[in-house]
Write a protein that binds this ligand. Structure first.
Ligand SMILES: Nc1ncnc2c1ncn2[C@@H]1O[C@H](COP(=O)(O)OP(=O)(O)OP(=O)(O)O)[C@@H](O)[C@H]1O
Ligand SMILES: [Mg+2]
Length: 225
């Protein structure tokens, strides 16, 4: 997939987004994301999409096109929005994700991360893109069971021991088991160290999933409690 702003599907989406209000005075709480972005976007984009959001990002989901558009919420006043595409940002968690991905490449642990890329800016407001993934939280019961058969019992038992000694974060046992079966212990340990080093701690079922049937993380911005 070519994540270029000249790609006709992306161009169409960006055109519809250009009618939305990206203003750092807006309080991008969950409700205003829908009011200000999703509803205006809907008026100008007439193809199927879904919208979701967490605490720090709005997400427009284009399952058929195979990608999502991620829009950081601006929680802080007075930020120079034009300046946030380079380096880390305190409020732009999408840019943190994009940067974490580059760091994961340098640390040779990137297979676990579904890449987030800076796409463009609208009125100086940064817009990001990421491949579409099946989110673990949204899997049907049948599919979840099917996934649990993909990880071997021995591997899951090893993980239980490993997690007991490491006291690690709350990764889902099915996702984790599949991941471990696929990549093995050495990679798994390196990945967990990477999580620790970069404060990647929120690994709930809403933040992890599957891309091409392989377990991946979709939300891996760092955060401190
Ligand atoms: N690549 C993707 N493919 C499909 N759905 C996605 C993707 N990325 C995010 N989503 C959906 O959008 C939701 C919000 O995205 P994300 O978790 O990145 O935002 P967030 O604001 O950082 O969330 P949090 O509340 O965990 O901080 C996810 O829980 C997931 O359901
Ligand atoms: Mg999330």
């Amino acid at each position: 997939m070519n994540y270029d702003i000249e790609n006709p599907d992306i161009k169409e989406i960006l055109n519809a987004l250009s009618y939305c209000i990206f203003d750092d005075d807006l309080d991008y709480t969950n409700d205003s994301f829908y009011d200000n972005i999703v509803s205006i976007f809907k008026e100008h984009y007439h193809k199927p999409f879904k919208a979701d959001n967490g605490c720090s990002k709005g997400v427009l989901i284009f399952e058929k096109l195979g990608f999502v558009i991620k829009i950081p919420f601006n929680y802080c006043d007075g930020y120079e929005l034009c300046a946030v595409t380079e380096g880390d940002s305190e409020w732009d968690y999408c840019s943190q994700e994009a940067n974490r991905y580059k760091m994961a490449v340098d640390a040779e642990v990137e297979e676990a991360f579904l890449p987030t890329y800076y796409l463009t800016s609208i009125d100086c407001y940064p817009i990001y893109i990421q491949p579409y993934a099946e989110i673990l939280e949204n899997l049907s019961f049948e599919k979840y069971n099917e996934k649990s058969n993909n990880s071997s019992k021995e591997d899951r038992e090893t993980l239980e021991d490993f997690n007991d000694t490491q006291g690690f974060y709350q990764l889902n046992v099915v996702w984790e088991g599949e991941f471990y079966t696929l990549h093995g212990i050495d990679y798994f340990v390196r990945l967990k160290n990477f999580f620790k080093q970069h404060h990647i701690r929120d690994l709930r079922t809403a933040n992890i999933g599957y891309y091409n049937n392989k377990p991946v993380l979709v939300d891996y911005a760092s955060f401190d409690e």
